[in-house]
Structure formats: C-alpha cells, structure tokens
Design a protein around this ligand. Structure first.
Ligand SMILES: [Zn+2]
Ligand SMILES: [Zn+2]
Length: 110
C-alpha cells in the first residue's frame, strides 16, 4: 500500500509527538533526581555545620569531621565511625571498656 504525502506527514508528526512525550517524562525524572541530589547536599551541609559546632566524638574525642557522623537517634549523637560501629556490633565501644576498667583486657563476653 502506498502512503500519500499527507499520511506520511501525519506519521512523522505522530513519531515526533511520541518522542516529545517520552522526553517530557525523562525531563521530569531528571528534575526529580536533581532535586534529591540538592536535598542530599543540603542535608550534608546541615550535618557538617552541626559537626563543626559540636566538634568531636563523644566517645573517643576524634575531632576530624571526616570521621564523624551524626546519629540523632543514638544516646551519643556524635560518634566517629569506629565508635559507632563498635557500639552497633559489640553493644559497647572498646573505649568505654577502657574507661570503665582502666585497662583494656579485651571485649567483655557477649
Ligand atoms: Zn570515636
Ligand atoms: Zn569509642
């Protein structure tokens, strides 16, 4: 079957419209991704400012903010990664053991 010029034009228009519609969706996704990225950046900045103000790990005193992390829901809201994970894994940080016992004999029995 042969297409008339009109039909051909209509076909191209349809393809064009389809492309546009698809592009609109991806544009929306791109904007959303961007928004999330900006939001994450803002959160990061908020954290950075808080950490700079409070300063150091409440457990070991680590003051390099690259090691620090805010844990708003934990009893010690600012811990370095080491102390945070020790708390998570052992339930207590080795630093705390030293503070309690005066010496470090190893982790208490679990
Ligand atoms: Zn620490
Ligand atoms: Zn610690």
């Amino acid at each position: 079957m042969e297409r008339t010029i009109e039909q051909e034009k209509e076909r191209k228009r349809k393809i064009h419209r389809k492309w546009h519609r698809r592009n609109r969706v991806s544009e929306r996704l791109r904007r959303k991704a961007n928004y999330l990225k900006e939001k994450a950046k803002r959160e990061d900045l908020k954290q950075k400012i808080a950490l700079e103000n409070i300063g150091n790990c409440t457990c070991c005193g680590e003051d390099n903010i690259k090691f620090l992390r805010l844990h708003p829901t934990e009893p010690n809201p600012i811990l370095c990664y080491n102390c945070y994970w020790a708390n998570r894994v052992y339930g207590i940080c080795p630093h705390e053991v030293v503070k309690k016992e005066g010496v470090y004999y190893g982790m208490p029995e679990m």
